[in-house]
Every structure is written in C-alpha cells, then in structure tokens.
Ligand binder design. Structure first.
Ligand code: PLP
Length: 383
C-alpha cells in the first residue's frame, strides 16, 4: 500500500530546539533559556484595541493584503523608521514574519532553484526551502568576521539556478548587525547575479548599539523584499502578525499568494497591530532597556570565567562557545538539562556552523536568566 504521507513533508528537518523544549516541559522546575519569545505581556492599549475591534464588528474577512488603515500606518512606519519609501500597494500583512518570508520565497522561486541561507541561521529558513523543493546553499557567518556575511564566501555558492539570498540583521542566533556598507555590498552582489534579497528584519527594533539599517534603504529597493513582524517589537508573538514590503514588480504576486495560504490575517489582530503602530512607542524602548541590561549582566558573567561568546548587538540571544567542553551541542544541551535543569538551544539546530555553540535567550525574567547562567557556568567549569 502506498504511504499516505508526502515524502517531502516527512523528510522536513525537525527543529532541534523543539526536542529540548519538549523535554524541558517535562521538568517543571527547569529554567527556560531555549525559547526566543519576549517574557513581556503585550501592552494593554494593544489588547484593548483588539477587544474593541471584536465588539465593533471587525469579525469578517479583510482584503488579502490587509486593512487599508493598517497599510497606511505601515507605510508611514517604514518611511519613518526604515527609510523605505513604499506605497501602500507594496505592502502585504502576513501571519507573522514567518509567513512574510515564506511568501517571499514562493514569489521568486521555482522548485529546484537555489537560495543562499545564513549558517548559523533561523532553522525555519531551511524548513521552508525544503518544503519548496529549493536547494538551500548555506553561507557561513564566521566568528573571525564578527558573524556578518562576507562577499567572498557568497560568490562561490552562486549557481545558474540561484534566485535569492536571505539576510537576517540583527541575527538570530548570533545577534550581529550587518552594517550599511556590507549591506550595500550584498545589494551589489545580488544585482550582479540577478538575485532577490529577502531581508528578514524581525529584530529591527531590538538593538543595543547603533548601526542597524534596513537593507532596502542602502541597496536597490527594486531587488529587496523586506520582512517585518510585530512579534518581537511589541511582545505579540501569539497574535501572529507581520508584513512585507515588496518592490512594485513583485507586490501583486505577494498579495495574490495570500488567498490560498491564509486569505487574510484575522481582522481584530490587524486592528491591534494598528494600535501598536499608532500608539506610544516607548513600550519598545522599555523592553530594549531590559534586554540590554540582561545582555550586559550575562556577558559580564561569561567574561569573568573566560567563556567565549559572540557580542550581541541586537536581537535577544547570547551565542556561547562550548568547545573545549564538548563539540556536540545537542549532547551538551541534553546533559545541562538533566544535570542542572537549564534548557538552552543547541547551536547545531541553527546549521552545521552552530556545532560547538549554544544559544541562550535573554527574553527571560532577569532572576531566572542569571540563575540559569550561573548554573551553566558551574556546569562548564566543574563538569
Ligand atoms: N525571523 C527570525 C530570525 C526569527 O527569529 C523569528 C521568530 O523567532 C521570525 C523571523 C518570525 O517570527 P514571527 O513569525 O513570530 O513574526
């Protein structure tokens, strides 16, 4: 009998973070440093806007691309914050940043095409390329290069079938920010090879140091699909809302693709997002201040014990070297969980270059975070 399961779906790599998460949930006293999710509650004015929307009849389908007032607010925001001049018809509201990236890939590739993907990088990129029958060609983010892409590393990976490059700044998992000059060089590289740049800017507002710029503001915006989310900036992970800004040539396709995928994002969620953009932006600064304080405290502890780590310029992660202890990040994470009740994400979950590293989330209440880091240090120094 033929198997009912699609071979492609069955072969999709499972997230290496999930394994640790599932085990961690069986240990009620465990300290959770494995998940990349803000520990803050969504600000009240955003919740109120959603409740008002529900009572006010926002319970129906909306246009595929999103509610016009939200598209206007997004156009204002990307012009003001990201220096991307976009008409509202270039914007599509999506189910989180994840769907924005998926649509971007569907819009510009055919099965069998190749896409350049960061390594280490967010595991979902590789799951998406797998489902879309794309060849994910991993480009390294190297420690010696402060974990930003180097054009000489990209060049040899390009094949006649390469259609796009995914860039992610600030980066999950390493926290690096790609400066304007390097982004401009990536834009030039993309132009030379006729590639589209899928720019994942999920952590655009979680930055600890200056230097973040949007790719489309320093390269030819006609080649860039910029992907954003409300998840991290406004602590709205569970609401599932993000958006993309596409060049005029690609925008109609991105909107058309919404119909079979999700039709539209839920109406009250869109109204909540509108309130997020039109309301006080100080909520972002308050969260960033907390993340920065936690980053500094974690780094000071690691430095005190000469434990190597990347320098997080943005996002909310610490990328910590465990080599010398073991090269096997999965085994390390499993032992740390069992022996010290601390859950961390094994670096290998983010690609082959992540072997020998672990990722700690700074989006955890400070007392828990520091207790977790102390246990980690104890484990690494005493075994
Ligand atoms: N991009 C990166 C690098 C992420 O880490 C995440 C979430 O963890 C996302 C995109 C998308 O998040 P969401 O779908 O919640 O907007």
């Amino acid at each position: 009998m033929l198997s009912m399961t699609s071979a492609t779906a069955a072969a999709m790599p499972r997230s290496g973070i999930r394994e640790i998460m599932d085990l961690a949930w069986q240990t009620p006293t465990c300290i959770h440093l494995e998940v990349g999710e803000p520990d803050f509650a969504t600000p009240t004015h955003i919740i109120d806007a959603a409740a008002d929307a529900l009572r006010g009849g926002w319970t129906k389908y909306t246009p595929n691309a999103g509610i016009p007032a939200l598209l206007e607010a997004i156009a204002d925001k990307v012009a003001r914050n990201n220096h991307i001049p976009a008409r509202t018809d270039q914007i599509t509201v999506t189910v989180g940043g994840v769907e924005a990236i998926y649509i971007a890939l569907v819009a510009v590739t055919e099965p069998g095409d190749a896409v350049l993907v960061p390594d280490p990088g967010w595991p979902n990129y590789r799951m998406m390329t797998h489902l879309l029958h794309l060849d994910a060609r991993l480009y390294p983010l190297r420690r010696e290069e402060r974990f930003v892409p180097v054009i000489d590393d990209l060049e040899p990976l390009v094949t006649p079938r390469t259609r796009a490059i995914i860039v992610n700044s600030p980066s999950n998992p390493v926290g690096s920010i790609i400066g304007a000059d390097r982004l401009a060089a990536i834009g030039d590289f993309a132009r030379r090879h006729s590639l589209v740049v899928v720019s994942d800017e999920a952590y655009e507002q979680i930055t600890f140091e200056p230097g973040f710029v949007s790719t489309a503001s320093v390269t030819d915006p006609g080649r860039v699909i910029s992907c954003f989310t409300f998840s991290k900036s406004y602590a709205m992970t569970g609401w599932r809302i993000g958006y993309l800004v596409a060049p005029p040539e690609l925008a109609p396709i991105t909107r058309k693709l919404q119909e079979p995928l999700i039709s539209c994002v839920s109406a009250p969620t869109q109204m909540a997002a509108l309130a997020a953009l039109r309301g006080p932006q100080t909520v972002i600064e308050e969260m960033v201040t907390a993340y920065r304080r936690r980053r500094d405290a974690v780094i000071a502890r690691l430095d005190r014990h000469s434990i190597e780590h990347a320098h997080p310029q943005g996002a909310f992660y610490a990328w910590v070297r465990i080599a010398g202890f073991t090269e096997d990040a999965r085994e390390f994470a499993l032992r740390l969980l069992v022996e010290r009740e601390v859950a961390v994400a094994p670096g290998s979950a983010f690609g082959p270059s992540g072997e020998g590293w672990i990722r700690l989330s700074l989006a955890t209440a400070e007392s828990q975070l520091l207790e977790g880091v102390d246990r980690l240090i104890d484990f690494m120094t005493k075994g």
